[in-house]
Design a binder for this molecule. Structure first.
Ligand code: IMP
Ligand code: MG
Length: 203
């Protein structure tokens, strides 16, 4: 009998080739992302076992991450009536590969944050201005507690010191796309996180 061992952390064959035009390399495969989301969910479910959490996904980038994290929290044992899922939409001014720190609120939550245990769910933290803006905004709404979770952290160019209680993976010091992250609104729906060929960039 032949036993085939599948290394689940390697990019799946279908993610390796052929890559779509413009995509240079897979950095985190869908399996690696799923494992990171699972690890985050275990920690969060343990930390919030005595509290009811209001997950606030930051659109558009955290769309898939928030959806996957919410379901992973269920698998990690968080009871269905202990979590509410909501979304907020922001846009950061700047060129399309680096935000300037000027954040604009496009859509607020529909739930009130007052007296709630708010957990901000972000796709990636780079210079930190977007999360800093969100933390100050929710901090001013009298939540019972406030914390942030980011799938990816790029700690290399922080312009502001902002706490991130839960980090999934450290991303390399470069621009990445996929699993919600875009370059000029493209590449969000890739199931993995990838780097692009330099010729793609128009800014
Ligand atoms: P910050 O304000 O520089 O921390 O950037 C946060 C926002 O910029 C994220 O929510 C993303 O939308 C975007 N961003 C930062 N780095 C990347 C990247 O490498 N790829 C795609 N979007 C990014
Ligand atoms: Mg973006």
């Amino acid at each position: 009998m032949v036993t085939v061992l599948v290394d689940r952390v390697k990019p799946m064959a279908s993610e390796l080739a052929p890559l779509p035009e413009g995509v240079a390399e897979v950095i985190f495969s869908s399996a690696e992302l799923a494992a990171a989301v699972g690890r985050l969910a275990e920690r969060i479910a343990a930390d919030y076992r005595d509290r009811e959490v209001l997950l606030v996904g930051v659109l558009k980038g955290a769309l898939f991450f928030a959806a996957d994290l919410a379901r992973a929290l269920h698998r990690a044992g968080l009871a269905p009536d202990r979590m509410t899922l909501d979304f907020i939409a922001v846009s950061s001014y700047g060129n399309s590969r680096r935000s300037s720190g000027e954040v604009r609120l496009l859509k607020d939550t529909s739930e009130s944050a007052e007296g709630r245990h708010v957990l901000i769910v972000e796709d990636i933290v780079d210079n930190g201005h977007t999360l800093h803006y969100l933390r100050s905004m929710f901090g001013g709404r009298a939540p019972a507690s406030l914390a942030a979770c980011a799938l990816l952290d790029k700690p290399f160019h922080r312009g502001v010191d902002v706490p991130v209680e839960y980090v999934g993976l450290e991303a390399p010091d470069e621009f990445v796309v996929g699993y919600g992250l875009d370059y000029q609104e493209s590449y969000r729906h890739l199931p993995y996180v990838a780097r692009l060929h330099p010729w793609v960039y128009r800014d």
